[in-house]
Write a protein that binds this ligand. Sequence first.
Ligand SMILES: Nc1ncnc2c1ncn2[C@@H]1O[C@H](COP(=O)(O)OP(=O)(O)OP(=O)(O)O)[C@@H](O)[C@H]1O
Length: 759
Amino acid sequence: MGDTVTVREAELALERERVAVRYARLDALRAEKQEQLAGVRRSGLQGSVQNHSERDAFAALYEDRLAQLEAVEDRLVFGRLDLDAEHEADTPGPRYIGRIGLTDEEHERLLLDWRAQEAGAFYQATPLQRQGVRRRRHLMLRGRTVRDIEDEVLDPELASAGTNEIAVGGQGALLAAVTARRTGRMHDIVATIQSEQDELIRRPLPGAVVVQGGPGTGKTAVALHRAAYLLYTHRERLAKAGVLLVGPSVGFLRYIERVLPSLGETGVVMASLGTLYPGVAAVPETDPRVAVLKGRIEAAEMVQAAVARRQRLIPARRTVAVDGTALTLSPGMVRRACERARATRKPHNEARETFVKILVRELADQLREKLEHSAGATVNRDYLLEDVRTSRDVRIALNLCWMPMTPQRLLAEVFSTPETLRACAPWLGDDEARLLLRAPDAPWTEADVPLLDEAAELLGAMPSGAPAEDGEAQHRRNVENAKATLENVHQTLADLGVDGVVDAETLARANERGTVRRTTAEQARHDRTWTYGHVVVDEAQELSPMQWRLLARRCPMKSFTIVGDIAQASAPGAPRTWRQALGDSFDERLVVEELSVNYRTPSRIVRWAAGVARAAGVKVTAPEAVREGDHEPTLTVVPAGELQQAVLARLAELRDLVPEGLSALVVPEELVAPLSAAMQQQGLTVDRVPAPGVDVVVATARETKGLEFDVVVLASPERLVADAHGVVGDLYVAMTRCTQALAVVTDAPEADLPGGLVR
Ligand SMILES: Nc1ncnc2c1ncn2[C@@H]1O[C@H](COP(=O)(O)OP(=O)(O)OP(=O)(O)O)[C@@H](O)[C@H]1O
């Protein structure tokens, strides 16, 4: 025994020393960058404009590097590989793997970035395919101290030699990670990436890959680590073009926002579906039927038709007065100008210039003829052109035929005028058309975003010098949007680099003004026509064909990582396969890969949830779970009127079973407020979204998509299915959010419960 302790202790002491050396190097690099930054700042305000911008560029570079060095503090080093001599190449000795690459002052390697090709063996090597690895060691740190080590010995010679008595296997680090209490923020998995995940993370950049996986299989984790991997491997290209990461809501983006910085990457543009159209902060679409209608591919035709209606012929001759001279605009003149403008194939607002130029010229010719006829002398044509162009009558007449338009104005008109809507979307039934009608200044919703984008594409830029015709209306709407959703405020604050409280008015103004932007990411976020080098889409099963169309435009190279679970889709009539879901946006080269292990939810809970989904006819791939779990999930049926009490009682029990955990009450909307108040009275910190310091999240099932908690109490499962028009996706998602324990509570009769719930 004494010997055993000695070997382990000796190894621990050795690793502590080596890890300390690496942290010391990190400290030295931080100090160096601080010094450089201070130096640049000291250089003061003197100098030319060029000097200023050079100085700003250097300062930005040092700040970014410093931010990166600060962000990798936690578990800087987590792995070690001992290799066969021939694999050691020019750096003999063990290879340490960490969050970033480090070299010492002599440029000798101290730490290998986990994304480097040589680090791949840390995740991929198996006893059958050793890739030169003799031993893989997991270093488990608390703060800067190595707390434990765990070895996987792959070389049989080393194993039989029994060189040490350190815990063997490699599952310890993984189990410790998956059973740890949740903090309300997602953490990276860099120390324990599993080989099936690693394969997806390291796939080449070109092409679109779909990562299909049941709940908790690490899809979000894979998506984020892949973004970090691609940025590292294709730094030059992607740093310029940028990477876009799309998540379902700003709440979700907040949940994952620390992961990429902790992997040393700060340049990814994160956007929710509501923020993909710059300048518009859209609110969620609350009516799933409206979301489905606006998401149909036919909606693109609706926008096309709306634009076409803005290019009108005239039924009869019309007289326009220029400086007191009556000129004639004939249907034939307008038709020919229209045809020639359309033939330019430019967007509406840009083609309008051709339309206007032709007619102004023809009217000026008429004017000249008339003037020359009456004056009997030649007249300067240039002056006449100007007279015609600036004539109020002509402007009105030409605008009636070909009105310059903003996307906002175009769509506001479509959705607030029944005749226009019916004319543009003849495929809508009467009830459907009624669903889409709304006030002209109603806030934009997430479902409008792809339509605005489509319209912007077809309309093109407004003519320069055109009056900001609906600037005030747009501003009012922005204020409404900013008020309506705190989520967007958060995002915009982040953009502005503002801390603290800002009112909706200031926010809307700042958005409209635009801000001083530095990085590629920030520029890209504000430019609708930006094309990214790669796009990552999470919870991708929720996207409509119109949303895919928008995203395909953001990356014409179609380099995509698409992660989701087709069985979790909540939209009525949602497609059952990825190829159907992605429609025409991607070609047949689309690759679909599957993840098979659930790292979040214990087996006993996964089986129950999968049973419920299957009873509803959904084909679920129930992945095997890494652990069975300690707590059997429960169903409690109480008499009507006792639901809230029962929910609170179950939560109290589960919180006793799993102390210090993050809990969630997943409830129908109308119970959010009363249950939150009840929990607050008990002295608990309650919020609608998870965050550090929050004890209980009280939210609807939709809001908990992509999130996770230690314990979950789910109220009224039958309501979840009914509210989703019979689709079981939301219930399935809600049942798989917990890492430890689940209780389902209802006051509905057993007969009304979704199939598979009663076991
Ligand atoms: N290799 C791993 N090592 C440690 N933890 C992991 C690993 N893979 C996944 N996890 C953890 O499992 C949990 C689920 O991961 P993630 O949220 O990425 O899954 P998901 O497939 O996106 O889930 P869902 O679709 O249900 O929202 C997270 O806490 C994540 O950190």
